[in-house]
Ligand binder design. Structure first.
Ligand code: NAP
Ligand code: 8YV
Length: 314
């Protein structure tokens, strides 16, 4: 039997996806940072593929340390940690896991919106802590018939919009392009969208192009009655400015699945009642993580067998 090809694993895959990987490949686990130089040197002659995460900072140094590299198969639709231009320049292919997570991420965006505007997380604590015995919980903010501004109307943004229509919400969006055939109002200026909407949902890619897209100016345009939901990347929001805006009541509240320095979360957020947080779990269901893991493995196997990649990025 032919030897199994060597690959480097940048992290465990969910459920039985790791078994599928082991059946086909000899898997070398990525060690901690200080050991990586020697690790890559030891595998330089053998490794053509990485089972990877788009959040691992992957630039020319890693690519040059593995001169036989042909494919980086990422777990996740976002690949902001990977220098795709550097990969393309070296004819290294990158794949990600689009579409299979649209529904779960959209569900999470809606859940976060409901939780910050209707304060359901606080409501649960309110009952558990016996506060209801003393007084009813304060009134909340309606969601239905409100205006949702979507920053990044892509695959996931459109899935969020579909759900928001079920709440009879009006939808506007911002992106670099006015998308033909989309039945929602396009705002060429993000501040105009923020001013128009009641809740601003951020679902763009991360990376240099979108860094601090949501800054103090946008938060002020959203205003003291406006809510922010971020399911994109922590880097898309100017976090210190968001903290200042929340403290000063310049916006009404924020619901965040992602943070600038995950898994570290600023202590300021912990103390605020007008913040709801989740530990980057928008896609984290058994069903969706399995579909993502399978796609990662399917791309690796397709490449190994000389077939077309299922979900190429470049
Ligand atoms: P997508 O289909 O590529 O959509 C991205 C959207 O963002 C597009 O509508 C694009 O529109 C817009 N966009 C891109 N660059 C922009 C820029 N510089 N300024 C403004 N808008 C920009 O991607 P997707 O599959 O929906 O995923 C979007 C992102 O969600 C991922 O990259 C990832 O960062 C994040 N995500 C987070 C989680 C989580 O667990 N929280 C899970 C999955 C995904 P234009 O091209 O017209 O600008
Ligand atoms: C994952 C994500 O949590 O797909 C993405 O871009 O952010 C999430 O689905 C992440 O990629 C895996 O850790």
């Amino acid at each position: 039997m032919a030897a199994k090809p060597d690959i480097i694993s940048g992290g465990p895959l969910p459920l039985n996806c790791g078994d599928r990987l082991n059946e086909r490949f000899t898997v070398h686990k990525l060690p901690p940072e200080p050991e990586r130089k020697a690790f890559f040197a030891g595998l330089a002659d053998k490794v053509r593929m990485l089972q990877w995460s788009g959040s691992i900072k992957t630039g020319p140094e890693i690519m040059d340390a593995l001169p036989k590299l042909e494919l980086i198969s990422c777990f996740g639709v976002g690949y902001d940690g990977i220098d795709v231009a550097a990969a393309s320049a070296r004819k290294i292919k990158v794949t990600n896991t689009p579409d299979v997570l649209n529904d779960c991420v959209a569900d999470t965006a809606i859940a976060l919106m409901l939780n910050i505007m209707r304060r359901y997380v606080e409501a649960d604590r309110y009952v558990r802590e016996g506060k209801w015995l003393k007084a009813p919980q304060a009134l909340q903010t309606s969601v239905h018939h409100k205006k949702m501004g979507i920053v990044g109307l892509g695959r996931i943004g459109k899935t969020i919009a579909k759900r928001a229509l079920g709440f009879d919400m009006q939808i506007g969006y911002f992106g670099r392009n006015n998308q033909p055939g989309v039945p929602f109002r396009y705002f060429a200026d993000l501040a105009d969208l923020a001013r128009w909407c009641d809740v601003l949902v951020v679902i763009t890619p991360g990376g240099a192009e979108t860094k601090n897209l949501i800054d103090g100016r946008i938060l002020d345009a959203l205003g003291p009655k406006g809510y922010l939901v971020n399911v994109a990347r922590g880097s898309v929001v100017d976090e210190p400015e968001l903290i200042r805006a929340l403290k000063a009541g310049r916006i009404a509240g924020a619901a965040l699945d992602v943070f600038a320095d995950e898994p570290k979360v600023p202590a300021d957020f912990m103390a605020m009642e007008n913040v709801v947080m989740a530990p980057h779990v928008a896609s984290a269901t058994v069903e969706t993580r399995k579909a993502m893991g399978d796609l990662v493995v399917d791309n690796l196997i397709a490449h190994q067998e000389g077939r077309a990649l299922l979900t190429p990025v470049n």
